[in-house]
Design a protein around this ligand. Structure first.
Ligand SMILES: C[S@@+](CC[C@H](N)C(=O)[O-])C[C@H]1O[C@@H](n2cnc3c(N)ncnc32)[C@H](O)[C@@H]1O
Length: 220
């Protein structure tokens, strides 16, 4: 699943035709509980699930799966050049690093020539709206151009959650200047069958403004 809208890889085939995933080496970035890797292994691929959070990887370990889990920063990948055919990320790592080009360059380095990286992030337009699923989430409340990160702190003032904003132009520029070709940029529409609300995502908002941007990138 790429996003709360419900677009899944069976339908979208953004990593390529499902039948061609067999025996492919795939790196999942910001894997969380590694649900994408679990799906990939079922297609016959050889995924590696990477996340910075030990706690997230403990969830992945508890759920199980016959693939390696790697605890590392996506901006410093512990793999040799050209180790993977494909890389993917569903809302992992990229929104949470100050300079996503560091991640993109690392992913490019570990991909083989012709390799593809597909990643989804919150659609940049959402930055300008309150993160609310109801009508209050439909009025612009902040500048789309304000790149000041969103930070939550604990009682001692330590940052416990940080999300960085990139405009759509920033994201395209990040991809291209990191040595990728942008093959497609998908803004999934909210499907009628999806009646669920999740955080700031809802059918009400989903029918009016995009919630997710999915970048399909290839290296030469
Ligand atoms: C919103 S969750 C998405 C998890 C999973 N892909 C999913 O679809 O449920 C973002 C994940 O990115 C991970 N992450 C954040 N910064 C990272 C970094 N610099 N390197 C690797 N993983 C990172 C977080 O630990 C978290 O598991």
């Amino acid at each position: 699943m790429w996003c709360p809208e419900g677009l899944d890889e069976v339908e979208a085939e953004l990593l390529g035709p499902s039948e061609e995933l067999k025996d492919r080496d795939v790196l999942e970035i910001g894997a969380g509980a590694a649900q994408c890797s679990r799906w990939l292994v079922a297609q016959g691929a050889r995924p590696v699930a990477l996340d910075l959070s030990h706690r997230q990887l403990q969830h992945a370990l508890r759920i199980g799966g016959p693939f390696p889990l790697v605890c590392a920063d996506a901006a410093a990948l512990p793999f040799a050049d050209g180790s993977f055919d494909l890389a993917c990320s569903a809302y992992g790592a990229l929104p949470f690093v100050a300079d996503p080009r560091l991640v993109l360059r690392e992913v490019r380095r570990v991909l083989r020539p012709g390799g593809r990286f597909v990643f989804s992030v919150t659609h940049p337009i959402r930055w300008a709206f309150p993160d609310e699923p109801g009508p209050e989430g439909l009025s612009v409340s902040a500048s789309y151009f304000d790149r000041t990160p969103y930070v939550e702190q604990d009682d001692e003032g330590l940052a416990v959650y940080v999300e960085h904003h990139r405009t759509l132009g920033d994201r395209v520029r990040d991809v291209v200047t990191s040595g990728f070709r942008l093959v497609d940029l998908i803004e999934p529409e909210w499907p009628d069958w999806n009646t669920s609300e999740w955080g700031g995502w809802s059918p009400l908002r989903g029918h009016l403004i995009p919630g997710t941007a999915i970048f399909v990138c290839e290296r030469d």
